[in-house]
Design a protein around this ligand. Structure first.
Ligand code: GLN
Length: 539
């Protein structure tokens, strides 16, 4: 059966009642279902805050900054889109109020508005509308899913909702639909499921002129028929379109839950599309393994934001993917680097099967991380370092193996042994204000190394977000003492991957492999790290 591809179709996802209902997962899941039916789908996110991008926001507040291939610092929901849909997003997949105002104000300063009074309606809403369909221009997609951040009723999201109303009206009912994700709470004391918050949320949408086509009802327990009927009656949403999205053990089960609810058929019917049956064999196998693994491994993740696990979202998801590939569950224990400084590594790392030292910025806890690397290097425990994790491993090796006692990173301390330093090229960039190496760079893998056995290819591409690099002036010394540089960036000769061949598994990358791991296509280094941890656990 051929998929009709004459017109781009739009799905808007809004959220009601409270935040954190999993709009991003809902958007990614609908995307996956439509893709499994042969459609070319992308998902974009519009965020109502004034920051131009989340790059400057603290991970404590906003969670991880997700970096795309083209070097945009974006919202972590883009990570879900990439992991579920197994596609790359770009800077065009994320827009913020800050960016939109920036654009409009720049136009105003240039005189583009020819003396008109510049206002939220129509100038801001027009700019939002332009961006709603920016991804449609290249002809690459059949369906564009747009997630509107925030909660319906917030002052901040109003211009987005007004733009959405206008946009849907201009495209017509069969070309643009509205999906509202809402909460249906269970009140334990009364033993009852309550529909009132959902009714109110839909009323708020109706006030703005948006009638949702589909409701995704998040709840602790499955919704019964009476509850669905009641919601349908009070929201003008057909009963079939009141979708039950009760809690499931893993986010990766959500697409299968939606499939069960026939949400894919509902969406296709509303958008007037005819498609082949869904193909989800690999996904089902993956979910089955996530839920019922054959074994477990314990991995310590040492970092700075361990109380805010959203700060390491992509890392924990990468472990789910890599675990499934090895048919194990990876139990992560979060270790605060400062606790290692206080109590020593043994207490926290004595019982684990692997250590990952996480990315990060700033000096806090750095000696704890270096101490942790030393412990696992000396005790033959599998080690995986990411970005700052690589830098800690190089400093540790320089100090304790190469005898460079003052080895450090210029980020923390200026010494005559800055094995991690800002490279000349980067210094030039700094002078122009853009201070980080951001986005995808090529990496050439050296044959015969652990990295090559993982990737099984010589040419790969990985994403970066950092300022400092291994200082090439010390590479010779590090090599002489046994460190192997198994990945090098061919365009600038910077070290990308290091490893220690006389250790069971000791590998670190200057890039962020967690940004390239996909549910059914785990990152090779994560996959092999978990395999090494599994072997270590069986010793
Ligand atoms: N702070 C280090 C740098 O800027 C590492 C950054 C990171 O781990 N993402 O180079």
């Amino acid at each position: 059966m051929r998929v009709a591809r004459n017109k781009v179709k739009y799905i808007f996802i809004t959220g009601g009642v409270i935040s954190s209902l999993g709009k991003g997962i809902a958007a990614a899941s609908i995307g996956l279902l439509l893709r499994s039916r042969g459609l070319r789908v992308t998902v974009q996110k519009f965020d109502p805050y004034l920051n131009v991008d989340p790059g400057t926001m603290s991970p404590f507040q906003h969670g991880e900054v997700y970096v795309t291939n083209d070097g945009a610092e974006t919202d972590l929901d883009l990570g879900h889109y990439e992991r579920f849909l197994d596609t790359d997003t770009t800077k065009h997949n994320n827009a913020t109020t800050g960016q939109i105002y920036y654009e409009v104000i720049s136009k105003e300063r240039r005189g583009d508005y020819l003396g008109a009074t510049v206002q939220v309606i129509p100038h801001i809403t027009d700019e939002i509308r332009r961006r709603f369909e920016a991804l449609a221009k290249g002809g690459e997609y059949d369906v564009i899913i747009t997630e509107i951040g925030g909660t319906v009723g917030d002052i901040e999201s109003l211009p987005f909702l007004e733009a959405m109303r206008q946009f849907m009206f201009s495209k017509g009912r069969k070309n643009a639909i509205s999906v509202h994700v809402t909460l249906v709470p269970y009140i334990r004391a009364a033993g009852e499921i309550k529909t009132k918050p959902t009714q109110h949320s839909v009323k708020t949408l109706l006030e703005i002129g948006i009638q949702p086509d589909i409701l995704i009802c998040r709840s602790e327990e499955p919704l019964n028929k009476a509850v669905r009927e009641k919601i349908a009656l009070f929201t003008n949403v057909e009963m079939d379109c009141v979708v039950d999205a009760h809690d499931v053990p893993t986010i990766y089960e959500v697409p299968l839950q939606f499939l069960e609810e026939e949400l894919d058929d509902i969406v296709l019917e509303k958008l007037d599309l005819t498609c082949p049956r869904p193909v989800l064999k690999d996904w089902k196998k993956f979910v089955e393994r996530v839920k019922n693994p054959a074994a477990e491994v314990r991995i310590a993740v040492c970092g700075k934001y361990t109380d805010h696990q959203d700060a390491y979202k992509s890392i924990s998801e990468s472990f789910v993917h890599a675990g499934a590939a090895n048919n194990v569950r990876t139990n992560l224990t979060w270790v605060r680097a400062e606790d290692i400084e206080k109590d020593g590594p043994e207490k926290y790392l004595g019982e684990v099967h692997g250590l990952l030292v996480a990315p990060g910025f700033g000096e806090r806890g750095i000696e704890g991380k270096i101490g942790a690397v030393r412990y696992v290097r000396e005790n033959g425990i599998p080690f995986f370092g990411i970005c700052l994790g690589l830098q800690c491993a190089v400093i540790e090796f320089a100090r304790n193996v190469c005898g460079l006692a003052r080895a450090n990173s210029t980020e923390f301390k200026q010494t005559d042994q800055n094995v991690i330093d800002m490279m000349i090229e980067q210094k030039k960039v700094t002078a122009y204000g853009g201070t980080m190496r951001l986005g995808a760079y090529p990496c050439k893998i050296k044959k015969g190394t652990v990295a090559y056995r993982a990737y099984k290819t010589e040419h790969v591409s990985e994403r970066h977000r950092h300022r400092y690099e291994v200082n090439n002036a010390f590479r010779e010394t590090l090599q002489q003492h046994g460190m192997v540089f198994s990945g090098i960036c061919p365009s600038n000769q910077l070290a990308e991957i290091i490893e220690l061949p006389d250790h069971p598994w000791f590998v670190a990358g200057q890039f962020h492999p967690e940004l390239r791991s996909r549910a059914t296509r785990p990152h090779p280094l994560f996959r092999e790290f978990v395999r090494a941890a599994l072997e270590h656990s069986q010793k």
